[in-house]
Design a binder for this molecule. Structure first.
Ligand code: ZN
Length: 264
């Protein structure tokens, strides 16, 4: 850690970073957690996770180097929830591009029937834009370079550490002296609403199709024409040759899968 990043006595938060096996947000395969107390990194944790579905996308393997072989004997997110949850639930959480990591957290919890509750969170990407508005990029690699922090990008432990370090540096830049100064947001997953929501999700036919999209086999994907071949059906963003779509003329699991692949 840079010696010129001096501690801030009342700054407490937990930085975290997920890696996923594929586009499906419940496919978490690694989690890095870094605890900051009194403006200093006091604890660093890293877990490899066996995702619910072990279909790893080769593009993702190229990014983070995590393969099915590396996680086949690892615990699931559900197995280590008692260990992980105190880190995430008992102090403000920070992630770089927090919407991605919160989406992974929410969907992984939902998959395993766990309740994360309402989290107080901060996006360090937005905080970086606020602290250093003139920089051309505020991506994690650009920020590490700017602050001369060493980064092994897409290693969850390293990403979480740099997220923590740049958050401390941004707080200094912005003159935040305590976590009360942090522009925290509240995730809208309070336990009661979450239960109602997950109950509704089970019964909503479109939500069921969305969740089944993860099991769809993508045989061909053409990003320029935004079409593909999945489970032997020709699919576009708003039509599919499968019986489900032909009968209902509402998005089927193949359309959801195509949208998921194209949105990345
Ligand atoms: Zn279809």
């Amino acid at each position: 850690m840079q010696s010129n990043i001096a501690p801030i006595p009342n700054l407490n938060f937990t930085a975290f970073d997920f890696e996923t096996a594929n586009y499906y947000p419940a496919s978490a395969c690694a989690l890095g957690v870094v605890v900051v107390r009194a403006g200093k990194v006091t604890e660093q944790r890293h877990w490899l996770l066996r995702p619910p579905v072990e279909n790893f996308n080769p593009e993702f393997i190229r990014l983070h180097g995590i393969t099915p072989e590396k996680v086949c004997n690892q615990p699931t997110f559900h197995d280590i929830w008692p260990e992980i949850s105190p880190y995430l639930l008992h102090s403000p959480v920070v992630a770089h591009n927090a919407s991605f990591d919160l989406n992974v957290l929410t969907n992984t919890c939902r998959h395993f029937g766990l309740t994360a509750g309402a989290l107080r969170y901060l996006c360090s990407l937005q905080l970086s834009r606020r602290a250093w508005p003139s920089l051309p990029s505020h991506g994690l690699a650009a920020m590490a370079n700017h602050l001369r922090l060493s980064l092994n990008h897409h290693d969850a432990a390293s990403d979480a550490l740099v997220c923590a370090q740049l958050t401390i540096a941004a707080c200094q830049e912005l003159g935040y002296h305590t976590d009360i100064d942090l522009p925290l947001k509240q995730s809208n997953h309070n336990p009661a609403a979450n239960q109602t929501k997950s109950f509704a999700l089970r019964d909503d036919p479109q939500e069921i199709r969305k969740s089944r999209a993860q099991h769809v086999r993508v045989q061909r994907l053409d990003k320029s024409t935004r079409t593909g071949l999945t489970n032997n059906f020709q699919v576009t963003e708003n039509s599919c040759t499968c019986p489900d779509y032909q009968e209902r003329l509402k998005p089927c699991k193949h359309i959801y899968r195509l949208q998921m692949e194209l949105s990345f």
